[in-house]
Design a protein around this ligand. Structure first.
Ligand SMILES: NC(=O)c1ccc[n+]([C@@H]2O[C@H](COP(=O)([O-])OP(=O)(O)OC[C@H]3O[C@@H](n4cnc5c(N)ncnc54)[C@H](O)[C@@H]3O)[C@@H](O)[C@H]2O)c1
Length: 265
């Protein structure tokens, strides 16, 4: 049996289906690293023009160098909680590429780990603001363009925490649960406009969001995953790319798990 048919392992670069995003213009928020960068890479491989938003100009430059296709990449410093910056970012995408078809609300932070009774209110507000209000503000700014052209795809990067409610990360869990509800509400508002809105809920992936992982934390995270491994960012990007394509045509307001069997509802 070829390696690629053995099943169960990360797919790496071995089994890449073609997803057609030719002529489509996408924004990926928080796209200079981790899942967002993998999504940007997959979008470019699928033929899209991609705007990557992030908070740090240096990191955006490095991402651009990694992706190495400057003709179809546009980077902007946009903080997803800054409404004016979002508006300016969208205008510069339209000025550069002429339209906007896809928004991936990926920017997020985990915040500190505390039980609720010790959780600092300031950190709670910041986690809600970036993970949830940020996605609201970007969707609010992108929706009119998509509705006008009668075509759009919004993909929100949620988390299994938004369904399970993980201990010590109450703000993150609540924000991600809110993102699932925002997905459903917006999807119903745009259902007859050709604008489809979906959410993906990954389990843990080894990106910067966790900071340094201790062995204990690593085994805690893996203990919840029946397939006993971290999800690869490329696996998430594959799902996001399909949800961002025209071929995804009758799924909206839905939540797509990518958790190695962890989430059972
Ligand atoms: N890694 C995981 O285990 C995991 C699991 C489920 C969901 N997610 C979600 O995936 C998304 C991407 O996370 P990641 O794992 O790639 O981690 P990451 O830390 O590499 O990526 C998050 C990105 O968001 C950016 N960002 C943070 N605040 C921002 C703001 N205000 N404006 C613009 N950009 C901002 C960061 O700079 C970073 O580039 C997040 O929403 C995260 O909650 C991650």
């Amino acid at each position: 049996m070829p390696d690629s048919m053995s099943g169960g392992g990360p797919i790496g670069d071995r089994q890449i289906n073609s997803i057609n995003l030719r002529g489509r213009v996408a924004i990926v928020t928080g796209g200079s690293a981790g899942i967002g960068l993998a999504v940007a890479k997959r979008f470019l491989a699928s033929g899209a023009q991609v705007a990557i938003w992030g908070r740090n100009a240096e990191r955006l430059k490095s991402a651009e160098a990694i992706l190495a296709d400057s003709s179809r990449i546009h980077t902007s410093v946009v903080d997803v909680i800054d409404e004016a910056a979002i508006q300016g970012g969208i205008e510069s995408v339209i000025a550069r590429f002429g339209r906007l078809d896809i928004l991936v609300n990926n920017a997020g932070i985990l915040g500190p780990r505390h039980p609720v009774w010790e959780y600092p209110a300031k950190a709670w507000r910041e986690v809600l603001e970036i993970n949830l209000t940020g996605a609201f503000l970007c969707s609010k700014a992108a929706a009119p363009h998509m509705r006008r052209q009668k075509y759009g795809r919004v993909v929100n990067i949620g988390s299994a925490s938004g369904k399970d409610g993980n201990p010590y990360v109450s703000a993150y869990s609540a924000a991600k649960a809110g993102l699932i509800a925002l997905t459903k509400a917006l999807a119903k508002e745009t259902a007859t406009d050709g604008v489809l809105v979906n959410c993906v809920t990954p389990s843990a992936s080894e990106t910067e969001i966790f900071g340094e992982l201790t062995d204990l934390r690593r085994s805690e995270l893996l203990s919840r995953v029946p397939m006993k491994r971290f999800v690869d960012v490329g696996e998430i990007a594959a799902l996001v790319a399909w949800l961002s394509s025209e071929e995804c045509s009758f799924s909206t307001g839905a939540t797509f798990d990518i958790t190695g069997g962890r989430t059972t509802f």
